[in-house]
Design a protein around this ligand. Structure first.
Ligand SMILES: Nc1ncnc2c1ncn2[C@@H]1O[C@H](COP(=O)(O)OP(=O)(O)OP(=O)(O)O)[C@@H](O)[C@H]1O
Length: 898
């Protein structure tokens, strides 16, 4: 009887209502909507979009891929980034959940998101068809309601969240080893493809869903990635993970990802970022202190930003490429805080110190051991720690030419599990193509022949020698005249089984580097307005284009040698006056002193607004991810916690459980397990979290030791929601127009054709434009062109271009020069959680006062607000893990590009 009543009042409630009132009619449309997007007021795009140009999502909102007639039903929000929202969606065709990134309805975001589509598609299909390299899979993309939607495999918690769930205590060495290996595997693939991720950090590495691939991770977020031989931006990488060469404004290669990787490995072990610089000055200072060195003189000599951080105390003539600072005597000396202040007329932000020991060895060596670890296990772990120190040294190596490549790092005993007996000497990286012989001149109207000189556009001349000898340098085979853009034929991994094979050219039909767009201009209502240079219209972009120190190219971009091609659409173009008009900037190098942009636009409005939104996101968002993440993950790791001994016995099993490792011996570097080591595949993830006091092999709950919760964490005071224009305000002294144009051209993308206007892209109208955007209203009008995605040498194109792609040429995402990711990097730094000091075990770590309510935070700090809403930021006072709010998908807490 009761059952029937319950059924009537639940399952059959509609019928019950109809019995009570025959007039009653149920309509799903009348149900209250559960909004996932905030703000949820539709003010743009016929009410579909909010003021931020985000599609307003509700639970059960249906995203439709019209061409395929495929429906994705929105169920939850997984995260939010610069580009838009990521929703967990139900794919009824496959009966599975997927993650759909719904890009903001603005052209710059759209264009940049196409870069991610293109790069990922290429990586997936061409380089990793069997999904062995720990790179997220892209399934689909389409435009719905004028939003580009990118469908990915659904992943779980990111590594930052994992560390956070472990109360910012490091993970066990076994898991650090396991994850290191997997990340290296991804990085090896990127290197092979000549792609630099440019934003590698813990929150861009996600665990696979527990049911699919437990204990596997994948690298996400290729929205900032670029081709190694087409590095254009100088403003990349999130600060904590930023490499010295990027910080100094040098040419860079895939080695910058290896630096970030080293920072990540250290953080996985320590639970805290290794270099939590509150500013670039602070970052460099920490690097110098912790690593006990500084960038080599040949790097400093050619770097754009050297004078910002160093003074010259010797003769520059003594610098003989990489040999100069060999004897430890450098002609450069790092500025003190006072000297920096005197030079820059502002105090550098300096963050707190979190480690008592200020060098890498001591920090790792003295990191607290797991409580109650038997002496012999401590001894064993101490040996592995020595291997870790040696491993890290090869990764966070100042000299990019000496920094290990993924292949070299993969052979390190820390990764292979072999006993560590002496400092590791990496095997030589197989040289790629002989550089000069394989270089073909890239013909273009402007006549600049970067590659004729055997140079990547950004290689300062004097650094060439060492760059070539670097394991990271890979000269991409330049396309012969009748092809357009070979990705290169390099076999960098020739350990037992070298790849050694060519990957063909971009022109292959299978190769998605022939950028294409899921939609045509008509869809976006962009109108062909004829050829037009975009360069002058892109004030922001020029500030981010890589500076060209020296004259390594033998060509001065300012000399107008390059083609009069556009730079691309700056996001600033998409914060336009309410009615747009075209500005014709048609000649080479017109981004000059006469440009309204020069000297008048300070920084990126998009960056600033993004920073603000990031701030709000951190402040307001709860954790919407799966609460079972860790438990689910853990459930696949049943077994005893393995001490350091078992580490060396279990790795091969753990990895063996991964098809990647089983099947990858013929892959780059022959990643076959060399020794035993690491983890049991059945190991409980909770037990892997290093400082856990109680390692219950069966428990899926982490048990923490109160004594270990007193660790001081990076201070929330470090975080600054105000975007720093520090880097963006620099006058380069060169005209990057040509440079960027050339970048575009050399990608062999797009034809010289202009599309202008906004169509139905959202404008940010004057009524809802934040003041920071308003400052751009008098700037150049928006117009975006095919050329902004690069100009294709047409003879090359015709020779090899796949006809089916030609219709999409106009939307080739070459516009990445003006990437919103570049513009939108926020000044969000890593949030810090103070915990009460506790326990002698942590005495190597500086203790911060218990921070309930973060009383130690400067009340004037804007950050302070964010910490009053403590739940959003995670817990600070050591509550049990079971009460942790679910965290996946909301990790946007810190360490963005400042
Ligand atoms: N495949 C996925 N599965 C689960 N969650 C995901 C997936 N991809 C992204 N997310 C979540 O969405 C968030 C935003 O994704 P992503 O970093 O790709 O966006 P973005 O706009 O490029 O961010 P950013 O501001 O860092 O550039 C991620 O931090 C993550 O939490």
């Amino acid at each position: 009887m009761l059952c029937m009543l319950v059924a009537r009042l639940t399952k059959e409630i509609v019928e019950t209502y109809q019995i009570c009132n025959p007039q009653f009619k149920y309509s799903e449309d009348l149900n209250p909507k559960r909004f996932l997007t905030s703000p949820s007021v539709g003010v743009l795009n016929d009410g579909y979009d909010n003021v931020n140009s985000d599609l307003i999502l509700t639970v059960n909102f249906v995203l439709i891929h019209l061409e395929k007639n495929k429906r994705y039903i929105v169920k939850d929000l997984l995260g939010h980034g610069t580009f838009g929202q990521v929703a967990k969606c139900w794919d009824s065709d496959t009966n599975s959940f997927v993650a759909v990134k719904i890009i903001k309805n603005q052209p710059a975001y759209y264009q940049q998101a196409l870069v991610e589509v293109t790069i990922l598609t290429t990586l997936n299909k061409k380089y990793d068809p069997e999904d062995k390299h720990h790179i997220v899979r892209i399934y689909d993309y389409f435009v719905y309601q004028r939003h580009l939607c990118i469908c990915f495999e659904l992943l779980d918690t990111n590594l930052y969240e994992l560390i956070k769930m472990n109360h910012f205590r490091g993970l066990s060495l076994g898991i650090v080893q396991l994850f290191s290996k997997q990340i290296l595997y991804g990085l090896a693939l990127l290197k092979e493809a000549g792609i630099i991720h440019c934003d590698l950090k813990p929150e861009n590495i996600l665990l696979c869903t527990s049911t699919v691939k437990p204990a596997e991770i994948k690298i996400i977020d290729f929205g900032s990635a670029c081709m190694e031989n087409r590095t254009v931006y100088s403003y990349i990488q999130s600060r904590y993970y930023r490499s010295p060469e990027v910080l100094l404004g040098c040419q860079y290669t895939t080695a910058i990802d290896m630096w970030s990787f080293g920072c990540i490995v250290a953080e996985l072990f320590l639970g805290l970022p290794l270099f939590p610089g509150a500013s670039e000055f602070d970052l460099l200072k920490r690097m110098i202190e912790i690593l006990g060195g500084q960038p080599p003189d040949y790097v400093l000599r050619d770097a754009k930003n050297t004078s910002k951080f160093f003074k010259c105390i010797g003769s520059l003539q003594n610098i003989d490429n990489s040999e100069s600072s060999k004897n430890g005597r450098s002609v450069y000396q790092a500025l003190t805080v006072e000297e920096y202040e005197a030079r820059e007329l502002k105090k550098p932000s300096i963050g707190k110190e979190y480690f008592n020991h200020m060098n890498l060895e001591a920090i790792v060596t003295n990191y607290p051991y797991r409580k109650n670890l038997p002496k012999e296990d401590i001894l064993k772990e101490s040996q592995i720690r020595l291997a870790l120190i040696d491993f890290l040294k090869g990764l966070v190596e100042f000299d990019p030419a000496k920094r290990w490549s993924p292949f070299q790092a993969s052979k390190h005993p820390f990764v292979t599990g072999e006993p560590f007996t002496h400092p590791y000497k990496p095997p030589p990286e197989t040289p790629h193509m002989p550089v000069v012989q394989n270089i073909k001149v890239d013909n273009h109207p402007g006549g600049g022949h970067w590659f004729a000189a055997g140079l990547s556009p950004n290689v300062p001349g004097k650094s060439r020698a060492s760059l070539y000898s670097s394991p990271h340098f890979q000269m991409v085979q330049h396309p012969p005249a009748n092809s357009y853009g070979s990705v290169g034929s390099h076999g960098s991994y020739n350990d037992s089984v070298g790849l050694g094979s060519s990957y063909g050219s971009y022109g292959e039909s299978s190769n998605m580097f022939a950028y294409y767009s899921p939609i045509g201009p008509s869809v976006m209502n962009m109108h062909n307005q004829g050829s037009m240079s975009m360069l002058g219209n892109s004030p922001d972009a020029r500030r981010r284009v890589k500076y060209q120190p020296g004259n390594g190219l033998g060509i001065s971009p300012a000399a107008g040698n390059f083609a009069p091609l556009p730079l691309g659409a700056s996001p600033s173009q998409f914060t336009p006056p309410s009615s747009y008009s075209q500005v014709s900037v048609g000649s080479p190098g017109h981004y000059g002193p006469t440009s309204p942009a020069r000297g008048t636009s300070h920084g990126s409005p998009l960056g600033k607004t993004a920073a603000a939104s990031q701030f709000n996101r951190r402040k307001n968002w709860g954790h919407s991810g799966s609460p079972q993440t860790l438990e689910a993950f853990s459930s696949h790791w049943q077994g005893q916690y393995l001490d350091s001994t078992s580490h060396t016995e279990g790795t091969s099993q753990a990895l063996g459980s991964s098809p990647s490792y089983l099947q990858s011996n013929s892959n780059p570097g022959n990643w076959k397990q060399r020794g035993s080591g690491g983890l049991s595949a059945n190991q409980n993830i909770s037990s892997l979290m290093k400082p856990s006091a109680s390692m219950n092999s069966q428990s899926t709950e982490l048990v923490y030791d109160n004594a270990e919760t007193g660790i001081s964490l990076p201070d929330p005071g470090d975080w600054d929601p105000n975007y720093s224009d520090e880097l963006l305000l620099q006058e380069d002294g060169s005209d990057e127009s040509s440079l960027t144009t050339e970048f575009g051209r050399s990608m062999n993308l797009g034809a010289t054709e202009t599309w202008a206007g906004f169509g139905r892209f959202n404008h940010v109208s004057s009524t809802n434009t934040p003041p920071i955007i308003m400052q751009r209203l008098n700037g150049p009008s928006q117009a975006f062109t095919n050329v902004e995605m690069g100009s294709l040498p047409m003879h090359d194109l015709q020779a090899t271009y796949v006809p089916s792609m030609s219709k999409h040429f106009h939307l080739m995402p070459h516009i990445l020069q003006n990437s919103p990711s570049r513009f939108g990097y926020q000044s969000v730094q890593r949030f810090t959680h103070g915990r009460p000091p506790h326990g002698a075990e942590w005495n190597q770590i500086k203790i911060q006062a218990p921070s309930s309510g973060f009383s130690s935070v400067d009340p004037r700090s804007p950050r302070n607000n964010s910490f009053t809403n403590s739940m959003t930021w995670g817990r600070r006072m050591n509550p049990p893990v079971s009460s942790m709010p679910p965290t996946s998908g909301t990790r946007k807490d810190y360490a963005r590009i400042d």
